[in-house]
Design a protein around this ligand. Structure first.
Ligand SMILES: [Zn+2]
Length: 179
């Protein structure tokens, strides 16, 4: 082969490299998208394990919750609680614990009484946009904007399909205060 010895071969060589560059660039954006999707879903799963520990969910970052079958109430899934996790059953039991907490924003050491603990089969579900199967719906809740002129709180319901690595938005609402 060697270095091109005429203009046609040289032009071919340019075209070949441009094609290769385009393919590599497409692959790179595809990989980057995959990277972001995987990170986003890992983050959602991680928050689903811990958002119920927050004393003010969404105030200091994204909170995620499973929902009951009516998609109105946040719930905690039994199967995803670490062994030995305390579940406070009554307001009184909670009140006793609450008085011992060192500071207001400290993470809860057990599930507060206001969350129902349900089995995974009882969580609210919705249809995945891609595979059409029924998958858990999760609530994304966060203070998206914090300013003296006005706050923005965001509440979104997403169908979380781990088979497709995809979230499907069912509903999205904002408010100027917690809701
Ligand atoms: Zn799916």
């Amino acid at each position: 082969m060697g270095f091109p010895t005429n203009i046609e071969v040289l032009k071919n060589s340019i075209a070949t490299r441009r094609n290769a560059a385009r393919t590599a660039s497409d692959e790179a954006s595809h990989r980057e998208r995959e990277n972001q999707e995987n990170q986003a879903i890992a983050e959602i799963l991680n928050r689903l394990l811990s958002s119920w520990r927050d004393s003010d969910p969404g105030k200091y970052g994204d909170a995620f919750f499973f929902l009951d079958a009516t998609l109105r109430k946040r719930v905690v899934v039994q199967e995803f609680l670490a062994d030995g996790t305390k579940v406070y059953q009554t307001r009184q039991e909670w009140g006793e614990y609450d008085r011992t907490r060192s500071w207001e924003d400290a993470k809860y050491d057990g599930v507060p009484y206001w969350y129902s603990v349900v089995t995974l089969s009882d969580v609210g579900r919705g249809e995945c946009l891609k595979c059409k199967s029924l998958q858990p719906v999760v609530e994304h809740y966060v203070q998206a904007y914090d300013s003296p002129e006005g706050d923005v709180w965001l509440k979104k319901h997403l169908v979380l399909c781990l088979d497709c690595n995809l979230t499907t938005t069912l509903e999205s609402k904002t408010s100027d205060s917690r809701f």
